[in-house]
Write a new protein. Sequence first.
Length: 202
Amino acid sequence: MAMSLKVIVPPHPLIKHWLSILREHNTPNILYSTGYEQLGKWLTYEALRDWLPYKKESINTNNGEAEGFFINNDYPIKVIAKMPEGLSLWFGAKEVLPNSTLCLGELPSKIEDNVGVIVYSDQIKMKSNPIKTLTNLKRLGVESNRILIISSICSNKGLNEIAKIFPHQVIYTSCIDEEEDRSNLLKPGIGDPLLRLSTIFR
């Protein structure tokens, strides 16, 4: 993997817990869907820690003035959710995402210079990754420093494909698994979300 590609696997115990729920073959579909949403929530929580701009303002408390910190709404967020996996991640993440606009389907024709972008991706594998989305964002003038990618799980091979073209991209994921050459399946993986998510997209 290119050394400059920044891939973060947060050590949060809830991320490990919900990843294990997804890995378990006998997990019911409804709980599997909940697990996907919870991964989206906690990965987003970790990703926003050093990414969200904030501002200081004076606030009036019961005991006089104090310094407060608020999310700076001058820097809105556009969310790009790939269906169905990315959308399921976003369902869980939306309660911790301030001032965001969801984009489904096509990208907007213009993205302002002050806008940050979060891409909720499918599992990142060699032949299934967000390179096309990143390429289209670059055409709109959005560079990697304004983009966060959040994916449930990745493979080294898939990450290497991204690193070749977008070496400075930041990616948050729950785990990096091995990818089989012939089947492109991840081992141990989390099964096939298309068959297990309770909301089926056709």
